[in-house]
Design a binder for this molecule. Structure first.
Ligand code: NAP
Length: 257
């Protein structure tokens, strides 16, 4: 039996992780802000898959609430074997036009919470000699599209560094870098994505399946979907001034509505 803690489990990719992990027989700790959605999902998963599901309501922009999630990860009586750091959101406006409070919340949820939970889980797993951490980053981490890219670049590079630090301890770390995935993400950020070509879209269940296969294989960076593997390889080969140009402007179009 394993136990997985999934942040941002009330919707989208996080919910798909919870569904799949429960189907595979994993006990779960579900973390997000929306208590009603988490309780409903927990009830449904317990009924359908006979697994134990805890609900931990937490706003990861809040330092104390994040501390409670860390305390759960440090609990040796109920060890967490897999941490899925998935909670996140898009920013509608560019940095200088955005509200600073929203920018700080994004930093807190997508950087500080990842840092703190990885510290807690990494130490606990290292002491036990096994475990896995999966940090949901983005293909945006390979380009230079505002603070969202910068935060996701932190997640990717931080995960790579932590994977090296934990090498040989029995604990793996994977950065998951999906492209556009059908979830609530774009509607919540009020992005205009209707013009995005169909073949670029990923399905959350497919993303999760690929991610968990890559975690099992010990991959450090996971890019689901052949189309995104090709695109990200191309972007990583481009001279950086080009990365600051065309791909960034293309992505930026989706932000404005
Ligand atoms: N969809 C894409 O195209 C795409 C592409 C690349 C990467 N990603 C990344 O994938 C991850 C999941 O996004 P998604 O697409 O599944 O979006 P989503 O459908 O909007 O789900 C986001 C999840 O994050 C939770 N969340 C947001 N703010 C939170 C906070 N302050 N505290 C705790 N939980 C919070 C939400 O729950 P509550 O509202 O209940 O708190 C929700 O469960 C994010 O890190 C995102 O950056 C998404």
């Amino acid at each position: 039996m394993t136990t997985a803690l999934v942040t941002g489990a009330s919707a989208g990719i996080g919910r798909a992780f919870a569904e799949r992990l429960a189907r595979e027989g994993s006990d779960l700790v579900l973390v997000a802000r929306n208590a009603a959605r988490l309780e409903e999902l927990a009830r449904s998963l317990r009924e359908r898959h006979a697994v134990r599901v805890e609900v931990l309501v937490a706003d990861l922009a809040d330092r104390d609430a994040t501390g409670e999630v860390c305390a759960r990860l440090e609990d040796d009586v109920r060890p967490v074997d897999l941490l899925v750091n998935n909670a996140g959101f898009g920013l509608r406006r560019s940095f200088l036009d955005n509200d600073l409070a929203q920018e700080e919340a994004a930093l807190d949820v997508m950087v500080r919470a990842v840092l703190l939970t990885c510290h807690a889980a990494g130490r606990a797993m290292r002491a036990r000699g096994h475990g896995a951490i999966l940090n949901v980053s983005s293909v945006a981490s390979f380009i230079a599209n505002g603070t969202y890219s910068a935060e996701k670049a932190f997640v990717t590079v931080f995960s790579e560094g932590l994977a090296s630090e934990l090498s040989g301890t029995g604990v793996t770390v994977t950065a998951l870098c999906p492209g556009f995935t059908r979830t609530e993400f774009h509607e919540r950020a009020r992005m205009s994505v209707s013009a995005l070509p169909g073949p670029l879209w990923l399905d959350a269940d497919d993303v999760v399946q690929q991610a968990l296969a890559d975690v099992a294989a010990g991959k450090v960076v996971s890019v689901p979907g052949a189309q995104w593997k090709v695109l990200t390889t191309a972007v990583r080969l481009l001279p950086r001034p080009l990365v600051r140009g065309a791909p960034m402007r293309a992505v930026d179009r989706f932000r404005r509505r």
